[in-house]
Design a protein around this ligand. Structure first.
Ligand code: NAP
Length: 518
């Protein structure tokens, strides 16, 4: 093991009401995914909701709302530049979560890039103002003395962001950017398992002094009764499992007061090899590479990772061999080594969860993983897991394949009879974040959009003409919406300025034109 075992500050503090609070005896111990040793503690016995909400609403909100959209966009740019200078330390820390250097690039650099995009969009696509007009003025009367105009204004509440463990930095920053731009303060609650990475990044944000006081707070550990104290001007966003989303969604306070609640939850994302693609072509190779990348990046712990792989039956066996050949070539192990392709899962618990779900999948599918792959991990401590590839011959009668998310390096290949069948299978995840298709056939692409777009937050097409510049099946882009219907949570994030509007109220203004001029 080359990983630096010691984390200098092994306590994960909360930042509330402008002060840091060390964990108390209500804290949870966090283990390194790589060494299995306890490396940090996070959490408190209770959460002082009044302190947190007052600081956000009485200090942070007014400070942010006194700035124009352009001013706020400039803050995001300064923050992005500042954080860019500190990525190395965050990457070192993230090795303990099992993340390789390239995994952390997606999380840390990806989060900073999202800040830059929102900074730029805020200045280019929003006015240097505090009211954001929506559409043109509508003439509501014959002589034009009475008109209508839709506007967005900042909510005088707070946004509570509850994040998953897999993107400790991106998860925080991708939500923070539109929140700050909207003029709303934020309370960030990272997943405990990787909260030491989020806390380190958050500490940089506080130390930079760039954001106004009160605009950001951090809760390490549980939120306790915080959501019971929220009011209708607040917003709750959640990223994580469907189960936890259900608990929060159904919590009385959120539903009774219709507090906006956005959920990004688990998803059985799929990829489809178009019927026009022949084996051993460049396009076939692109498909195989994308599957392998999605199974192994962040050890498959990505909400957008490919879980279901659809191919024509005649080439399915060839496809399995091609995927296995690439997987067998990968180096799995110490994430801090540059030679490592795939690191560990975040914890033993996560690995056990993945193995338990895999056993369920095995009732409907044959394990066709390459035997060489399992050899490599025999002597390693830590939460390592080899990629597992399944073959499901009869995907029509295997509902678990389309329902169970093994949140790790696990995927299932299945055959489709024709394109109608392929689209049916694609949609059987009951709503997903993303589905990808490798094809050159515009008619196939159009049919896919018509049949499958309503079931997926994102449809991603690729072939050899686009692959050199393609952004990747699993990468949500700040410019494009991220989220999905049904099973995926029904939420929507990112998508440029669309995301900012989720934190603002749209109001229809009606009256004489001179009163409604922007
Ligand atoms: P999780 O167990 O549901 O936890 C998510 C977050 O909710 C954590 O911060 C957790 O805190 C918190 N939490 C748990 N119970 C809570 C409660 N009663 N009230 C308030 N907060 C509560 O999910 P996870 O294991 O971290 O993440 C993995 C899952 O997230 C996977 O299913 C994956 O598909 C999904 N995911 C989805 C997306 C997306 O964009 N759609 C992105 C990433 C991950 P603690 O850690 O302290 O328990």
């Amino acid at each position: 093991m080359h990983i630096n075992k010691a984390i200098p500050d092994a306590i994960v503090s909360s930042y509330l009401g402008g002060q840091w609070y060390a964990p108390d005896d209500g804290a949870t111990a966090i283990k390194s995914a790589v060494t299995g040793e306890v490396i940090a503690h996070a959490g408190h016995n209770a959460c002082d909701a009044d302190l947190i909400l007052n600081y956000a609403k009485k200090v942070g909100g007014p400070e942010l709302r006194s700035l124009t959209f352009h001013d706020r966009a400039k803050l995001l740019k300064h923050l992005a530049l500042y954080l860019s200078e500190h990525t190395a330390a965050l990457t070192e820390l993230a090795f303990h979560s099992g993340a390789t250097r390239s995994d952390s690039k997606i999380d840390i650099d990806g989060g900073i890039a999202t800040l830059f995009v929102f900074a730029s969009k805020g200045r280019r696509e929003m006015p240097d103002e505090t009211i954001f007009p929506d559409g043109d003025m509508e003439q509501l009367s014959r002589k034009g003395t009475f008109v209508g105009q839709h506007v967005y204004t900042s909510r005088p509440g707070v946004a509570v962001h509850i994040n998953a463990f897999n993107f400790p930095v991106w998860g925080m920053l991708e939500k923070l950017a539109p929140t700050i731009l909207s003029g709303m303060p934020a309370i960030i609650k990272p997943a405990t398992a990787t909260s030491y990475i989020t806390e380190a990044c958050f500490r940089l944000i506080v130390d930079s002094g760039i954001l106004p006081p009160g605009s950001v707070q951090l809760i390490a550990g549980r939120t306790h009764t915080l959501t019971d104290h929220l009011t209708p001007q607040d917003v709750v966003t959640f990223t994580g499992s469907a189960q936890t989303a259900g608990i929060i969604r159904n919590s009385l306070n959120v539903s009774d007061l219709t507090i906006p609640f956005t959920a990004e939850q688990d998803s059985l994302n799929a990829t489809l090899l178009g019927s026009d693609i022949e084996p051993d072509t460049v396009d076939f190779e692109i498909f195989v590479n994308e599957v392998v990348k999605e199974m192994t990046t962040k050890a498959g712990q990505k909400c957008t990772a490919i879980r279901r792989i659809m191919a024509p039956p005649a080439i399915s066996r060839h496809l399995i061999e091609a995927i296995n050949a690439k997987l067998a070539d990968l180096t799995i192990g110490d994430p801090s080594l540059d030679s490592t392709d795939m690191g560990a899962l975040v914890s033993d618990r996560q690995r056990n969860d993945v193995l338990a779900v895999s056993q369920q999948i095995e009732k409907h599918a044959a394990n066709v993983s390459h035997p060489k792959i399992t050899e490599t991990l025999r002597d390693l401590p830590g939460a390592y897991l080899c990629p597992i590839l399944y073959w499901c011959e009869d995907p029509d009668h295997a509902s678990d394949i389309h329902q169970l998310e093994a949140f790790g390096p696990v995927a299932t290949v299945m055959p489709y009879r024709n394109m109608t069948h392929a689209f049916e299978l694609l949609n059987r995840g009951q709503g997903s974040l993303v589905a990808s298709i490798v094809t050159h056939d515009p008619e196939l692409a159009r049919e896919a959009v018509l049949h499958s777009a309503p079931w997926h937050g994102r449809l991603y097409f690729n072939n050899h003409l686009s692959s050199a510049e393609a952004t990747g099946h699993g990468s949500p882009m700040p410019h494009m919406v991220h989220g999905g219907p049904g099973r995926a949570g029904g939420g929507e994030e990112l998508g440029g300025v669309r995301a900012v509007k989720h934190y603002m109220q749209r109001t229809a203004l009606q009256g004489p034109p001179d009163l409604l001029q922007p």
